[in-house]
Design a protein around this ligand. Structure first.
Ligand code: ATR
Length: 271
């Protein structure tokens, strides 16, 4: 039986085994999927051991997405654009690396939530790994503008630098002024500690869409802010999680699982 795993530290919270087991059952694929907690600083040794034991591929989660990038022998364009890796495939000595976080996000927004990004004004809060992974797939949807606003403005400038030719601009959270946006993504890690990025409720245009990339936390301070601003279209990252998993499953197994049942099972109501 082909073996897969998710590698992170900590790893107990990961929903990936549940998701991939459900996908395998629904598509009649025979595989196993386990959790591996790698000691910090020992990602390569941990994955070497898994490969020697016959592992076929892994997902990679915090804090190893950059270690995985370095460990790979081949990196997809998406992985290179993100500068990070969330899925790997092993084939003898070849270690092939991908990043499906951004495509998973875009597929959730455009397909599942039926919110086209074409021609829209987009605000991305945060300029960490999540934003780096999401930018290229969002740019590909041809929005009117993407503003990356970050507490530390220099980090936002670094993140948008590869996109100089397109309408992707950087600013500080405190520099947004009176600008309004059709779609606002919260890609900061503030929600993990129940904090609100310092942004005004005026950023939401009429009929805006608010998307929290974290998942399973209900109405986060960011989603509460959106709600106070009158936003009715709210979502968290449960669909992004399921969609990046479906992309990895397709890449590994050649069959794309349906995500609806998994999304329903993992959804924590936004209230
Ligand atoms: P991830 O991989 O989840 O994106 P990260 O790379 O550590 O995590 O990035 C975290 C992001 O959340 C950064 O943009 C960070 O802003 P800084 O670059 O200024 O540190 C942002 N962030 C974290 N806590 C925040 C808070 N309380 N308010 C605003 N931004 C916050």
């Amino acid at each position: 039986m082909d073996r897969y795993a998710v590698v992170g530290n900590p790893i107990a919270q990961s929903k990936s085994p549940l998701i991939h087991s459900a996908f395998a059952e629904a598509t009649s694929q025979s595989l196993s999927y386990e959790r591996i907690e790698s000691p910090l600083g020992q990602f390569a040794a941990t994955v070497d051991a898994f490969r020697r034991a016959g592992g076929s591929g892994i997902n990679v989660t915090a804090p190893f997405k950059l270690d995985a990038f370095a460990y790979a022998t081949e990196r997809s364009e998406r992985a290179r654009e993100a500068g990070a890796v969330n899925a790997m495939k092993f084939d003898g000595d070849r270690i092939i690396a991908e990043n499906f976080d951004g495509v998973g996000l875009v597929r959730d927004v455009v397909v599942n939530l039926n919110c086209s990004l074409k021609g829209k004004r987009i605000l991305m809060l945060g300029a960490g790994g999540a934003t780096r992974g999401a930018l290229a797939p969002i740019v590909a949807e041809r929005p009117a503008v993407i503003v990356v606003a970050n507490r530390t403005v220099q980090t936002a400038r670094d993140v948008v630098a590869p996109y100089a030719a397109t309408r992707v601009v950087a600013c500080g959270l405190d520099e947004l002024g009176a600008e309004q946006f059709d779609v606002v993504f919260n890609a900061t890690s503030a929600s993990l500690t129940a904090q609100l990025p310092a942004v005004s409720e005026r950023v939401f245009a009429a009929n805006a869409f608010a998307y929290e990339l974290a998942y399973g936390k209900g109405l986060t301070p960011f989603l509460q802010l959106a709600q106070r601003a009158g936003v009715t279209r709210l979502a968290d990252g449960v669909g992004m999680l399921a969609e990046q998993a479906a992309e990895a499953f397709l890449w590994w197994r050649g069959v794309r699982p349906n995500t609806a049942a998994v999304i329903e099972r993992l959804t924590v109501p936004l209230m």
